[in-house]
Design a protein around this ligand. Structure first.
Ligand code: NAD
Length: 281
């Protein structure tokens, strides 16, 4: 069978998650999606009504197929952690099994296993918190048997692979990218290395992150200065062109493919080279 990918963090067709899903679908992967619970209805309705059809078109002319959309709130690892007021909230009450653990179990129940895990979660405008990145470790380490059973490993020599999205604010000062977001990205990059070791040794799973340049996604618009960051990049990066979400999608597809079979624990910049500049000119 083709590879099966679970992409956490798609609620429209503007973000990096969507672009990664498309690149993976174009390469023949089966696509499963995790969508933030309050955004689930509108995403599924839009999908069903064909609102995304134009951006579902793959290079061969076919439309990307999403096999299943799971409600997900990655803030909570398990049901025991969910406060009563959230359970009772009407934006959550209509959905079930949306904690990380429950989603992993549902995926296991529905499909047995996945080969590729993509973490493309951000704090949306509705959520001013900044959740930690226990998500990957929860999927990989606690739920390892669920996601990457030995069966997958033995029939697929390259093992599984995961990729997440980071931002240069983890290591350089980006004024305004505050509120714990920069430290969350620093933690994500550090976790990428530790998880590369843990998951690599245990299951031959590769773990990498992409440090992406600015994109006008829903999450980025909520932060408030995305246009300025895009203009700054256009003016100062070695490659003075717009950064397309597809370019990040393609890099992600490479990283989780056998072409990257010796790459793990890395942070790859997909930013038109902006990270390499010392001063803007
Ligand atoms: P996006 O809004 O398309 O994606 C973020 C997704 O996370 C949304 O679908 C949102 O609903 C979901 N989400 C938020 N809270 C959640 C929760 N608790 N549980 C489950 N899902 C939740 O925005 P994006 O910019 O494509 O973000 C994807 C990743 O790329 C993020 O990690 C972001 O930090 C990173 N990134 C973005 C940029 C940029 O300029 N857009 C640059 C570098 C890195």
């Amino acid at each position: 069978r083709g590879k099966r990918a679970f992409i956490a963090g798609i609620a429209d067709d503007n973000g990096y998650g969507w672009a990664i899903a498309k690149s993976l679908a174009a390469a023949g992967a089966e696509i499963l999606v995790g969508t933030w619970v309050p955004a689930l209805n509108i995403f599924e309705t839009s999908l069903r009504r064909g609102k995304f059809d134009e951006s579902r078109v793959l290079p061969d002319g076919s439309l990307m197929n999403i096999t299943k959309v799971y409600p997900l709130d990655a803030v909570y690892d398990s049901l025991a952690e969910v406060p009563e007021d959230v359970k009772a909230n009407k934006r959550y009450a209509g959905a079930s099994n949306w904690t990380v653990q429950e989603v992993a179990e549902s995926v296991k129940h529905d499909f047995g296993s996945i080969d590729i895990l993509v973490h493309s979660l951000a704090n949306g405008p509705e959520a001013s918190f900044c959740f930690d990145y226990s998500f990957l470790s929860c999927f990989y380490l606690h739920r390892q048997v669920v996601v990457m059973p030995k069966r997958t490993i033995t029939c697929n020599i390259a093992g599984g692979a995961s990729v997440s999205l980071s931002y240069i604010a983890s290591e350089r000062i980006i004024p305004g990218y505050g509120g714990g977001m920069s430290s969350a990205k620093a933690a994500l990059e550090s976790d990428t290395k530790v998880l590369a070791f843990e998951a690599g040794r245990r299951h031959k799973i590769r773990v990498n992150t992409i440090s992406a340049g600015p994109l006008r996604s829903r999450a980025a618009k909520a932060i408030g200065f995305i246009d300025m960051m895009i203009d700054y990049s256009l003016a100062n990066a070695p490659l003075q062109k717009e950064l397309l979400a597809d370019e990040v999608g393609n890099a992600a597809a490479f990283l989780v493919s056998p072409l990257a079979s010796a790459i793990t624990g890395t942070i790859i910049y997909v930013d038109n080279g902006l990270h390499a500049m010392g001063v803007g000119v």
